[in-house]
Design a protein around this ligand. Structure first.
Ligand code: 5GP
Ligand code: MN
Length: 336
């Protein structure tokens, strides 16, 4: 779906005040697409700010212009002002206002022309222009394709391509899933333009600190429960764990993927108790849809094989509810 992009392209003919946003708890695709678009647009005289709703993970702190990103929760006043004054707001890698958490009010009330570029299922209706494509590997892929379509291929500089490449890498797990001929053609083009795959792969994937590596070991050795009867693995991390191991938001990024390394596993969940909410991060293999579970029971969604959600119920109840679902309603599908 590509709606109203002609209007956007006309707006971009003049220098504009632009704010680029992505989802809370931003990942490589959220930040890569935002910085990629930033580096492309900044050449045309626009005044651009990148704002993330919450803290940025450290593993991408080497990205070009990373330091200029505003974190909404620490810069509310200035960010609210920038959102209110913007001519155009880009909403990258998210499909609904809920996904920007406390920033949603300022985003919703702004009179800016809002543009969604996203690859999640079920896009909500809050933007004027929408580029939504669930068959794309990443928001970075869609930003790249949109720039190419505008005739901007030669204006994508090294910083732009590097940023976009990060999202291609992270959202495909190093080109292991959500791939397509269409994606690999883009990758080939980027390599021809000088992108260093080995260097970026190393920067993105060999990025554990000793603390996060030990945390991963703890999750697997102490917190992983394997439910053999339904080919599911669950790692649950309580408030006490957070305190005891000084776990910060983002430290557990990617942990859920390790559960899938067990061949028999079809469904995996990381359930974490935050101060005010219980968060679920889920993964699956093949036809089994964690998107269905997250949207039906946990007020969330995402993609068929990678989704998230949240619950206001007590932590133990959420863990029990998830188990009940995979051992009950979804057991047949998980064992067929
Ligand atoms: P992760 O588990 O890596 O945080 O997220 C997996 C996928 O699900 C990502 O594409 C992410 O954007 C999406 N996602 C994560 N949490 C939520 C949520 O609470 N609601 C919705 N709709 N999507 C989510
Ligand atoms: Mn994404």
């Amino acid at each position: 779906m590509m709606q109203n992009f002609k209007v956007l392209q006309e707006l971009l003919q003049q220098p504009r005040r632009i704010v680029i946003t992505a989802h809370a708890n931003p990942d490589g695709d959220a930040i890569g697409s935002s910085l990629g678009l930033f580096h492309y647009l900044e050449q045309f005289g626009h005044r651009i700010t990148v704002i993330m709703p919450t803290e940025i993970p450290a593993f991408i702190n080497w990205m070009p212009n990373f330091n200029q990103i505003l974190v909404y929760e620490h810069t509310k006043r200035i960010s609210n002002q920038l959102l209110a004054d913007a001519d155009i707001i880009f909403c990258l890698d998210y499909n609904g206002l809920k996904r920007v958490e406390k920033m949603s009010g300022a985003l919703e009330t702004s009179d800016a022309y809002k543009v969604m570029i996203d690859h999640h299922m079920d896009p909500q209706d809050f933007c004027h222009a929408v580029l939504s494509d669930v068959t794309a590997s990443s928001a970075c892929q869609l930003v790249y394709e949109w720039i190419v379509e505008m005739g901007g291929i030669d204006q994508m500089n090294e910083d732009c391509l590097t940023s976009l490449y990060v999202g291609l890498l992270t959202d495909t797990g190093g080109f292991r899933h959500a791939t397509s001929p269409r994606l690999f053609r883009i990758v080939a083009n980027m390599l021809e333009k000088g992108i260093d795959n080995n260097k970026l792969t190393d920067l993105v994937f060999n990025s554990y600190t000793v603390k996060s590596f030990n945390l991963l070991a703890y999750c697997i050795s102490d917190r992983l429960e394997l439910l053999d009867d339904c080919n599911t693995g669950i790692i649950s991390i309580s408030k006490e764990d957070h305190k005891k191991y000084n776990i910060k938001r983002g430290d557990l990024e990617g942990v859920v993927n390790f559960i899938l390394k067990i061949r028999s596993i079809r469904c995996a969940a990381l359930i974490t108790e935050r101060s005010d909410i219980v968060k679920l991060s889920t993964r699956s293999k093949g036809d089994f849809s964690v998107q269905e579970i997250c949207s039906k029971y946990f007020n969330g969604g995402g993609h068929k094989n990678a989704s998230g959600g949240a619950s206001k119920l007590p932590f133990e109840e959420v863990v029990a509810q998830f188990k009940e679902l995979v051992q009950g309603e979804y057991k047949a599908k998980l064992t067929e």
